[in-house]
Design a binder for this molecule. Structure first.
Ligand code: GAL
Length: 501
């Protein structure tokens, strides 16, 4: 409740500062003038005239008291009201506006946002970003173009052909890391280096994340969060009833499983309807058996896939299948979570979007711990938004990216989504807006060894992720440890060769 009040307060504060418009201020012409002269006066540079024209036209769509400017050299009559954007916005506009697109000087239009955020927590987080965007750009109509399916496997299959056909949304969700390779960014996406520079994001984002974001020496997406993949969620009521504490290692995990199975409780729940959830679980087991450096080495060629740690991870996964809910193949990750809410299943390993989902469901009886054997390691991923080269409304998308990268945006989004802000410059009061899980997550991220998630796009190129996922899915049926390890070795060889390693 206190958090809700505080959030409302921050919201009102933001609203009070900016009113219903992008950051900037009103300017009333004292005498007849030109946009160039106004730009010279307020920015010390007449070249910023297009930025003022765009901002004023956008404002005038929502409030006719503002001047409607038809051409860049139109005479501005005395007493006319203009909207002068903040310098950073004006700089970003000038860096990204294509003078061959005069239509972008007029404001309005749509912002088509592509993502796979349809589950509880995901949808609320996205909506919080939309609300801020709406405040800044009331002239723009937001189109929420979601394609359901956790981890974005369905989404990517739909969006890629659209991108290639020159029919992309204005911006879409993209994991930080090697996932971007699958979109041939040099051909289809706009590098965002200049935006990072103007907004000062390289100063406020953690180095691990910046390293992950750089692909072929460019930034292709603006990160809105950091998620953790290696979390074990448990139902506190069940743990209390049977006097159980969270397992630190797999031996403890399996003795808990035995105990609960004997009591008629489903010890471990999972869904695999999306075909990626079991592979997500397996990834976190690999982190436990190989450690941070060993796991990271799997994706660079330094750790051989023939390692005993890989065999051990497969053995663990095989054993987990003895304790899992029988309907796992039919359930999505959130569907599986219902077992916990109903106090019918005890433990679940899934990323911390589960925390957002629990919040959205009003379920508070959950505890969390690192996946057994991974204390001190943070299996990380980050959601970013990119700017397609052929975005129909690139300037509307630019405003969206600025909201995504802003503190206001990241606080509003992450408190609902169940992730932590990508930015590290939150004050103690701002951190206090996050729930206890997220506060502990912020501390862990600052302290732990960070490793990249494979299933969520950070560690490997797309073809490798697919091979990895397919090998795990086949394993669920065959339980063939040696055969699966061979398949994983082959997948690594093929991918490393493609990557020139
Ligand atoms: C991840 C994504 C998260 C979360 C999850 C389940 O790949 O990064 O934001 O939504 O999928 O859909």
């Amino acid at each position: 409740m206190r958090r809700a009040v505080a959030l409302l307060f921050v919201g009102l504060l933001v609203w009070g500062l900016v009113g219903w418009a992008q950051p900037g201020k009103e300017y009333v012409a004292a005498s007849e003038t030109t946009l160039a002269a106004v730009a010279q006066e307020v920015f010390g540079d007449s070249a910023y005239a297009p930025a003022i024209m765009r901002a004023t036209n956008a404002k005038s769509l929502a409030d006719p008291a503002y001047l409607k400017i038809r051409t860049l050299d139109m005479k501005i009559p005395a007493g006319a009201k203009l909207w002068v954007p903040e310098r950073a916005w004006a700089e970003a506009f000038m860096a990204f506006w294509d003078p061959n697109r005069p239509e972008d000087l007029f404001g309005g239009g749509k912002l088509v946002v592509g993502s796979w955020w349809t589950a509880g927590g995901e949808a609320e987080g996205l909506n919080a970003l939309f609300e801020i965007y709406d405040e800044y750009y009331p002239d723009v109509q937001i189109v929420n173009a979601t394609i359901a399916g956790g981890a974005g496997f369905v989404f990517r299959a739909v969006i890629k052909p659209r991108l290639i056909a020159g029919d992309p949304p204005d911006t879409f969700q993209l994991h930080a890391g090697l996932e971007v390779e699958g979109y041939s960014p040099e051909t289809y996406l706009t590098p965002l280096d200049k935006l990072f520079e103007i907004m000062g994001w390289t100063e406020v984002l953690p180095k691990d994340l910046l390293d992950l974001l750089l692909y072929k020496d460019h930034f292709w997406g603006v990160p809105v969060n950091i998620h953790r993949a290696n979390v074990l969620w448990y139902d506190k009521a069940i743990f209390e009833k049977y006097g159980i504490t969270p397992p630190e290692n797999w031996d403890e995990f399996f003795s808990i499983c035995e105990k609960l199975k004997a009591e008629g409780v489903v010890p471990f729940v999972m869904g695999n309807a999306g075909g990626w959830e079991a592979a997500h679980l397996f990834e976190t087991i690999l982190v436990s058996t190989l450690g941070a450096e060993g796991y990271k080495g799997l994706w660079t060629g330094e750790t051989p896939w023939t390692s005993a740690g890989v065999t051990e991870a497969l053995e663990i996964l095989k054993k987990i299948l003895d304790y899992v809910n029988p309907d796992y193949a039919a359930l999505s990750w959130d569907g599986a979570g219902e077992y916990l809410i109903a106090h019918k299943g005890a433990m679940m390993i899934m990323g911390d979007w589960t925390n957002g989902w629990f919040m959205a469901k009003g379920y508070e009886d959950y505890g969390w711990a690192p996946v057994p054997g991974t204390r001190g390691i943070f299996d990380a991923l980050s959601d970013t938004f990119c700017l397609p080269k052929r975005a129909p409304n690139p300037i509307n998308a630019l405003g969206w990216l600025m909201v995504c990268g802003s503190k206001e945006g990241q606080i509003a989004f992450n408190t609902r989504k169940g992730s932590i802000p990508a930015r590290t410059d939150l004050t103690a009061e701002e951190k206090a807006l996050f729930n206890p899980y997220l506060q502990s997550c912020m501390e862990d991220f600052a302290r732990d060894a960070i490793v990249p998630s494979v299933i969520h796009g950070a560690a490997a190129i797309e073809s490798w992720v697919t091979d990895f996922k397919d090998a795990v899915n086949l394993f669920l049926a065959t339980k063939d440890v040696a055969g699966t390890q061979r398949a994983l070795v082959e997948a690594a060889e093929a991918a490393l060769a493609q990557m020139g390693k």
